[in-house]
Design a protein around this ligand. Structure first.
Ligand SMILES: Cc1ncc(COP(=O)(O)O)c(C=O)c1O
Length: 390
């Protein structure tokens, strides 16, 4: 089936956080929302059809999870990424960030050092601080326009007694799809100093041509044993509102510790829609995903080409993965508050402010391009008009 990603769907009655929370977050409700990471596209048709069938049954009671659910996740990981994961190692959780919260609580102690690599998705800061663990920052380095890891500094951080590292693989917001070589260097340091790697792979299916996602736990048995992987179908298939994710543990013992933490608050089941949607997405959503990736790459090209040609003062970083573009606006010469105000009041678009991802993000914005191309074009025109007036 051919999908039409150009279709503009009115999300006004969709209870969409991206639209309905504009006034709350930006003080204005009439901005074009290019912030929170969901897409303005319909989910794959097989997902919608399966959910409709489930809806028509009319009974929405407690839901049990068949073996085929975890098998569908395992088969997807092998097909898309070449990673063979025994379904027994996989466990459900509603969302990725709550999973990381539980992992931190269960596998580290208050006061323990946890490493993050900035600029990074802002809840990575919160999960560490809110659990009274000590945040250790290993900023990424910008080398010839490309973000890379600082292994020297990482080794110092690991040596200082850090217990865990939160890896964003691929990396939000800078769009890096870490290579095997890069991950091996990181993994070797973590193994050497006993730092457990928690790999957040929620963006792992959103990879552009010429790049390959490498699951951290696939690299070697040693890395698998020293890691916990969190992922979900939510970003891939635009089903974040259904709230289903999963975690891969190397041992039954660790999986049971995690399971016990959720059982204590009696959260253990999928909701009835996430159950069928996840399996339908993984079994029948690939055709849609292939077309989506092509469309997203077209949006990336548009942003790059337009800015190079018409707004050279702002410099979009070409993402290797994710539908998020990290844009360097430092040449506009504004401080972080001025830049935020300019984007809201003059450009009239809601971007994520770069400084929300760490101090290294000051002077940057993050733009979500997972929307119909005419909207991306409108945002670019607004940027050009406002910047030309400066
Ligand atoms: C790297 C990363 N992890 C986690 C999440 C959120 O996942 P969840 O809604 O399942 O907690 C996001 C959302 O943008 C993300 O970018």
């Amino acid at each position: 089936m051919k999908y039409n990603f150009d279709e503009i769907i009115d999300r006004k009655s969709n209870f969409a956080a991206k639209y309905d929370e504009l006034t709350l977050k930006y003080g204005k409700g009439d901005l074009i929302p290019m912030w929170v990471a969901d897409m303005d596209f319909k989910a794959p048709q097989p997902v919608i059809d399966t959910m409709r069938e489930r809806l028509e049954q009319g009974i929405f009671g407690y839901t049990s999870r068949p073996d085929s659910y975890y098998e569908s996740i395992s088969q997807w990981l092998e097909k898309r990424h070449g990673w063979k994961v025994d379904p027994k190692h996989i466990i459900h959780s509603p969302l990725v960030i709550p999973s990381i919260n539980v992992i931190i609580k269960e596998f580290t102690q208050p006061g323990d050092k946890i490493i993050i690599q900035t600029p990074v998705y802002s809840p990575f800061f919160d999960v560490v601080k809110n659990n009274d663990r000590e945040l250790v920052i290993n900023p990424l380095k910008l080398v010839d326009g490309k973000y890379v890891m600082d292994y020297k500094n990482l080794e110092e951080a690991a040596k200082s007694g850090a217990k865990m590292l939160l890896l964003c693989n691929p990396h939000n917001p800078v769009g890096r799809v870490w290579t095997r070589e890069e991950l091996v260097k990181l993994g070797d340091i973590c193994l050497k100093y006993g730092v457990k790697v928690v790999s957040d792979e929620i963006h792992s299916d959103l990879i552009y041509k010429g790049n390959k996602h490498v699951p951290f736990g696939m690299i070697s048995e040693d890395f698998f044993k020293n890691s916990i992987t969190c992922s979900a179908p939510s970003k891939t298939f635009n089903i974040a509102g259904l709230q289903a994710s999963y975690v891969i543990f190397p041992t039954e013992e660790e999986k049971q510790i995690f399971d016990h933490a959720w059982t204590l608050i009696d959260i253990k089941r999928n909701n009835c829609f996430s159950l069928v949607a996840t399996e339908a997405a993984y079994r029948h959503g690939e055709e849609w995903l292939e077309q989506l990736l092509e469309y997203l790459e077209g949006n990336v090209d548009l942003v790059k080409d337009y800015c190079d040609k018409y707004i050279p003062k702002i410099k979009p970083n070409r993402p290797e993965g994710t539908y998020l573009i990290w844009i360097d606006c430092r040449e506009l010469g504004m401080d972080k508050d001025q830049l935020t105000k300019f984007m809201i009041d003059e450009v009239k678009v809601a971007f994520n402010a770069g400084h929300a991802f760490g101090v290294e993000g000051e002077g940057y914005i993050r733009m979500n391009i997972a929307c119909p191309r005419p909207i991306v074009q409108e945002v670019l025109d607004r940027l050009k008009t406002a910047i030309d007036k400066l």
